[in-house]
Design a protein around this ligand. Structure first.
Ligand SMILES: [Zn+2]
Length: 231
């Protein structure tokens, strides 16, 4: 039986590890997982380096984090950090990679988010990538009249089965990540340029994922709003 394919599309290096790397660790042997990182996070500069150095550092950190989780395929789309716009070009990039990878399941930020009660969560790239991916999924990925030149590249229309949105207000799916919390912490710790200055990082993470699991009786959990696509 062929393995189900999962595509995680995020704005920045480290987003995937905060959002869903526990779930990816649970699935890494059962499913074929790819990460798509829309920008290189070159403005995430806490380390006094220039742009080119930061791009290299953050790519390396994300690849190491993915390896910790058991994910080998990490793709960078090279958009500008902090300046992502939901243009036709961006949607074409998403449609191209989705048709190429043919996932059954896509993970991304929740476009229904509009509480603006946290500056980190509502980073403009998070909101834009969420909408861009949503718009790419429907109707463009499954319709040959969108970006018809992609057909010439052999990228035929494709349908997915499920979307898992994270960071939203109305989760309906909890994943028990208690058995892999160590791996998740290890993956997040790979993003040294972003987290090495943070005090009590491990305690902070444990408290955060324990809080998510609390209402479902799970020691540590990740939560999502799962949307099933009409078949
Ligand atoms: Zn981010």
């Amino acid at each position: 039986m062929t393995k189900e394919k999962v595509l995680v599309i995020v704005p920045h290096p480290d987003d995937v590890d905060f959002a869903c790397s526990g779930t990816m660790a649970l699935w890494s042997k059962k499913k074929e997982i790819s990460y798509v990182i829309t920008t290189n996070g070159e403005k995430g500069n806490h380390i006094g380096k220039n742009k080119e150095e930061i791009i290299k550092i953050r790519e390396k950190e994300q690849k190491e984090a993915a390896k910790t989780i058991g994910v080998k395929d990490v793709i960078f789309l090279g958009e500008k950090d902090g300046e992502v716009e939901n243009t036709k070009e961006l949607r074409e990039k998403f449609v191209r990679i989705i048709r190429k990878k043919k996932p059954d399941i896509i993970f991304t930020f929740d476009p229904a988010n509009n509480k603006f009660d946290s500056v980190f969560k509502y980073h403009p790239d998070h909101r834009t990538v969420a909408l861009g991916v949503y718009d790419a999924i429907y109707p463009a990925i499954g319709n040959e009249h969108f970006f018809p030149h992609l057909i010439d590249e052999g990228l035929r229309p494709h349908e997915i089965k499920e979307i898992y949105f994270y960071g939203g207000e109305n989760p309906n799916t909890w994943m028990d990540i208690s058995s892999v919390i160590g791996k998740k912490i290890e993956a997040l710790s790979c993003h040294k340029s972003q987290v090495s200055h943070r005090k009590n990082f491990e305690e902070f993470l444990k408290a955060r994922y324990a809080e998510i699991g609390k209402e479902k009786g799970m020691k540590y959990a990740e939560s999502f709003r799962k949307l099933e696509m009409p078949q």
